[in-house]
Design a protein around this ligand. Sequence first.
Ligand code: G6P
Length: 367
Amino acid sequence: AAAEKGGYEHFMLKEIFEQPEALKSAIAGRIKNGKPIISEIKELEEFIKKDLKKIFIVACGTSYHAGLAFKYFMNRYSKIDVDIEVASEFRYMNPHVNENTLVIAISQSGETIDTLEGIRIAKEKGSKVVTISNVFGSTIPRESHGAIYMNTGPEIGVAATKTYTAQIAILYALGAKIIEITEGLTEEIEKILSDIEKMPEIYEEVLKNAEKVKELSREYVNYQHMMYIGRGFGYPTALEGALKLKEISYIHAAGYQAGELKHGPIALLDEQFPVFAIIPKDSLYEKMKSNLMESRARNANIIAITTEGNDEIKELTNEYLFVPEAEEALYPLVIAPIIQLFSYYVAVLRKLDPDKPRNLAKSVTVE
Ligand code: G6P
């Protein structure tokens, strides 16, 4: 078993550290010199060009958070309407999908029952379905019109890590391809794609912070709650950070759009309820800064992730981590390893096994 873990103490840690390689395989042959190549949707290109009016993303758990990052991406860079719903809601509502809708299902395992039933409903309503999955030949991609496999290698840890970042990278490439077909690529989008090509090296840098993350995580082992806040592209990261923490450390955590603090969540904050702020130097930085100061005024302990060189953070909190500067849309990718490491170390310090969290399964094939 030790050999399988490649010298790491747990599969989760191994998979976090595999992200440079995993991301490289995920985008191999899919992004080249800033251009998207998604041969898996070749047969859908006519449909996308002529009939596509709306994209609907269906997914669960971590895959849903990758879908949310994609929604922000499409909202910023295209005119196409994008809707998103967790699969267990999608399948029991009256989803507004039809023959002009492209449903994108995201499922690491390819077997999640709610997502599977969701795409069956979408197909009955005449939609085209493309699935992003990590398990070759699994049910959801088999039942879809197009299947994009992540190629990250198997993920053993129950909490998704490397497949989350692979999903985001592939979704951005897929989104760029759809934009290329419908509206035409822009230099901005090409820049993002070429930066994704550099992400494996960026990850090597980000992962060098592991020891620092471990040190900081010690301060948070004994809390019962944690609030993750972010805005824009930082919001999916806040949700994913909170999910990772509750999954493996059993600390109650929630992710909020920072602007919603004043509508309720801020009432929770005090010295017993710390805040994890996703605050990169992006277009919403000043807004996030106010939210951070509001939280500090309630005596909440604050850990912040921000962009390298933003020394102002030192005036806002003592506990912070830097990530390399990136395009706004890429912060969900750049920050992911940090929130994963944080929850990993908190779980391990709490003497829990992050690979096998209680009550959770890697693949949820029953309702
Ligand atoms: C389970 C796993 C999660 C995962 C979710 C969706 O709850 O524990 O890590 O995000 O299912 O799984 P899928 O395979 O559909 O991405």
